[in-house]
Design a protein around this ligand. Structure first.
Ligand SMILES: *[C@@H]1O[C@H](CO)[C@@H](O)[C@H](O)[C@H]1NC(C)=O
Ligand SMILES: *[C@@H]1O[C@H](CO)[C@@H](O)[C@H](O)[C@H]1NC(C)=O
Ligand SMILES: *[C@@H]1O[C@H](CO)[C@@H](O)[C@H](O)[C@H]1NC(C)=O
Ligand SMILES: *[C@@H]1O[C@H](CO)[C@@H](O)[C@H](O)[C@H]1NC(C)=O
Ligand SMILES: *[C@@H]1O[C@H](CO)[C@@H](O)[C@H](O)[C@H]1NC(C)=O
Ligand SMILES: *[C@@H]1O[C@H](CO)[C@@H](O)[C@H](O)[C@H]1NC(C)=O
Ligand SMILES: *[C@@H]1O[C@H](CO)[C@@H](O)[C@H](O)[C@H]1NC(C)=O
Ligand SMILES: *[C@@H]1O[C@H](CO)[C@@H](O)[C@H](O)[C@H]1NC(C)=O
Ligand SMILES: *[C@@H]1O[C@H](CO)[C@@H](O)[C@H](O)[C@H]1NC(C)=O
Ligand SMILES: *[C@@H]1O[C@H](CO)[C@@H](O)[C@H](O)[C@H]1NC(C)=O
Ligand SMILES: *[C@@H]1O[C@H](CO)[C@@H](O)[C@H](O)[C@H]1NC(C)=O
Ligand SMILES: *[C@@H]1O[C@H](CO)[C@@H](O)[C@H](O)[C@H]1NC(C)=O
Length: 592
């Protein structure tokens, strides 16, 4: 009796405190030490970026609306930031982990990210966003599970397997950076890694001895959810599993209509979930393949990732040639038609109980149109740069979002052009002036000869159309206004366009970038700045207490600022201690 009252009183006593300090949704904590480790994924020793000694890093496994707290300790020899590709950071661009929002974590410092995975489900990945570091690893999968009350549109799979595929160089990220800075191209990658490992020795000529490969163990007759992300640098990959169908179910936070594919093109930065039924006899293991796409296959043979699908009752090794990639050298519509066949499941529930399709994007009027054009690299001021619409982005030393918070002028310009510049290209910090609650149409035109993918932070956009040639206003007649997929990364084929629509309801400063790491590094990005004209403290979270300072605000990053942050934690703790002491006194008083 007394103890029941005690607990009850305790809960009543602390609940206002709890709700003030924490949201009611559960918290999930991670502590990450980020360092180099020695590894030889393709047989050549090199330093790769590991999280807690692991490459790839740990899987972030959370549920819709969970609060994620990730304390990152930087033990690299350079600055670090993590970005959470596809996590929307509702009202909270502060935690987005790109230079436009956040000062880098200097080496030997730590910084704690804290954000809510609000109203999201699906498959994503995180990676280090600075200095070409993704080319050295540091990435890992993110799973956002449905809440129990919301059914998923398929039977609960018998297992959940993350597969990270990506091209890889034996040169480290500093060497690759130097190559790009010198105006040279990176050349053909040395291979494709699957979960940080090199290829299975499927061919004794092509694969050297002693390479550690990924092997995925499965039980016959079971169905697994495979979450596959292309975390690589710039190579589009075709993903396939020998003798097995890939039933597509989800991409980057949207459930798709379910269709079987024998292989699917996964472009840089994209993530897909497949349901794969282990319906083959176990006479052998099977190959899992990720091979370079739209290249001369005979020259690019080494750029092929091979892992093993191992049935528990398997009678032998995988055999025979690798399953064939699509045979479409002379058919450039095949891959695009496949992309167009990926549709939103309008009747399934996503993160919320109502069907995904109840957001009828097709009936919303567009308020702003931006045509963004990618051109082959060009010389600007003596350096070889990538541009979007004729502008090569320059990161200001002070993050845009922080500059706004401190009313600094001149850090950036809101002058990103609505259509590509016609004159000579320039360098600059030109941002898109987004209209809060506007509905933006973004035309991505690719005038280069390689596939590019583009990603927007803070949002999922609707992919409503893509085609070869030059986009014109008449192209609007071909848009899918009903079940275009909502995702955060889309490919744009060479000599082609892709159009996305996005509802600008998330206040903040949001990175819009090429996912291809070389294009991004050389300046192919901008930010969309979205401000609620009615300042009310509700549409955006305040600057986090632990924010670091840099650039024009470096003076705030003094030992004092640092210790005062540390002491504010202590102060918070001692408040709690005092409260507990008071409470114990009160309790003793009552129970006497
Ligand atoms: C990268 O490789 C170069 C040699 O090519 C070496 O000097 C440098 O220390 C390496 N850096 C890292 C971070 O591994
Ligand atoms: C993710 O966590 C859930 C429990 O919250 C667990 O059931 C599931 O197996 C985990 N998935 C992975 C891939 O670890
Ligand atoms: C660094 O880590 C400590 C815990 O080890 C944490 O209290 C502190 O908030 C972190 N620093 C920042 C700036 O997030
Ligand atoms: C291995 O690859 C080489 C080079 O492409 C090829 O000539 C050879 O036929 C392959 N061997 C087998 C067993 O497939
Ligand atoms: C997909 O293929 C599997 C066989 O691997 C089959 O059982 C299933 O019915 C197919 N589903 C669809 C939607 O085509
Ligand atoms: C298993 O599959 C292989 C290849 O498809 C086939 O040759 C073999 O006869 C099958 N074995 C059984 C027991 O079905
Ligand atoms: C691919 O490269 C090989 C070797 O250089 C060459 O013989 C072949 O013609 C090329 N194929 C195509 C389609 O360009
Ligand atoms: C869109 O614009 C049309 C024509 O200007 C207007 O009639 C319609 O009501 C608008 N629709 C919405 C949803 O605002
Ligand atoms: C070239 O650099 C100079 C000096 O840094 C700068 O003033 C000028 O605007 C730059 N030109 C272009 C085209 O960006
Ligand atoms: C940005 O857009 C808002 C309307 O959304 C407008 O009021 C403002 O003047 C624009 N700012 C600039 C610099 O164009
Ligand atoms: C690039 O643009 C030019 C001029 O519009 C056009 O002639 C050319 O075909 C385009 N190239 C590609 C690959 O789109
Ligand atoms: C927003 O919050 C700040 C700090 O708590 C406060 O000074 C300001 O008055 C608030 N503004 C509005 C419009 O509520």
């Amino acid at each position: 009796m007394a103890s029941f009252q005690f607990v009850l009183l305790f809960l009543i006593y602390i609940s206002p405190f709890l709700s003030l300090c924490f949201a009611t949704d559960p918290f999930v904590y991670y502590d990450w030490t980020v360092s180099y480790i020695n590894a030889s994924p393709l047989g050549v020793p090199q330093q790769v970026i590991a999280v807690n000694g692991k490459f790839p890093g740990p899987i972030v496994n959370v549920t819709t609306n969970n609060n994620l707290v990730v304390n990152v300790i930087n033990r690299l020899d350079e600055d670090l930031l993590f970005t959470w590709d596809g996590i929307q950071q509702r009202r909270n661009s502060w935690q987005d982990g790109v230079l436009g929002t956040t000062c880098p974590i200097p080496k030997d410092y730590n910084w704690t990210y804290q954000f809510q995975v609000k109203d999201q489900i699906g498959s994503f990945f995180y990676f280090p966003s600075l200095n070409f570091q993704r080319a050295a690893g540091g990435y890992g999968g993110i799973i956002v599970n449905n809440r129990d009350i919301i059914p998923i549109p398929f039977d609960t799979p018998d297992g959940d397997i993350t597969i990270l595929i990506g091209d890889w160089y034996n040169r480290n990220h500093t060497d690759l950076r130097n190559t790009l800075d010198a105006g040279k191209s990176l050349g053909m990658p040395d291979g494709v890694l699957i979960n940080g490992k090199g290829p299975y020795k499927y061919n004794t000529t092509l694969v050297p001895d002693g390479i550690d490969y990924e092997s995925i163990e499965v039980k016959p007759g079971k169905t697994y959810r495979l979450r596959v992300s292309n975390v690589g640098i710039s190579t589009s990959l075709n993903f396939r599993i020998q003798n097995h169908n890939l039933l597509l179910a989800e991409t980057e936070g949207s459930y798709t209509t379910q269709q079987n594919y024998t292989s699917l093109d996964i472009h840089v930065g994209q993530s897909y979930s497949f349901l794969v039924t282990m319906d083959q006899n176990a006479s052998t293991d099977y190959y899992i393949v990720a091979s370079a796409r739209f290249v001369n296959e005979s020259l690019w043979q080494r750029v092929t990732g091979v892992a093993i699908l191992h049935y528990t009752n398997s009678k032998g090794n995988a055999r025979g040639p690798l399953p064939d990639p699509p045979n479409d050298v002379y058919d450039k519509t095949f891959s695009m038609n496949q992309a167009r066949s990926i549709r939103w499941n309008v009747s399934a529930s996503g993160a919320r109980p109502n069907p995904q399709g109840s957001f009828r994007y097709g009936s919303i009027n567009v308020t702003d149109v931006y045509v963004l054009e990618n051109k082959p690299l060009m010389m600007i001021n003596g350096t070889r740069r990538a541009t979007l619409s004729g502008i090569s982005y320059v990161n200001p030393s002070t993050p845009i979002r922080l500059a706004d918070a401190y009313h600094l002028k001149g850090v950036y310009k809101l002058d990103f052009p609505k259509s590509p510049l016609t004159g000579s290209p320039r360098m600059g910090t030109s941002l898109i002036n987004g209209t809060y609650r506007g509905f933006m149409e973004i035309v991505l035109q690719n005038n280069d000869t390689t596939v590019q993918s583009y990603h927007m932070d803070g949002y999922a956009f609707f992919v409503v159309g893509m085609d070869y040639g030059e986009w014109t206003e008449n192209s609007r007649g071909t848009y899918n206004k009903w079940d275009g997929i909502a995702r955060s990364t889309t490919q744009v084929y060479p000599g082609a366009w892709t159009v996305v629509l996005v509802s600008l309801d998330n206040v903040g400063v949001w990175n819009l970038r090429a996912e291809n790491l070389d294009s991004w590094y050389l300046g192919q990005e901008t930010y969309v700045r979205i401000v609620n004209p009615e300042a009310n403290n509700k549409t955006e979270m305040p600057k986090p207490d632990n924010a670091y300072y840099c650039g024009q605000l470096s003076h705030l990053m003094t030992a004092k600022a640092y210790t005062s942050f540390a002491s504010s934690i202590t102060a918070g703790r001692s408040k709690l201690v005092i409260m507990l002491q008071m409470f114990v006194l009160v309790a003793i008083f009552i129970f006497h």
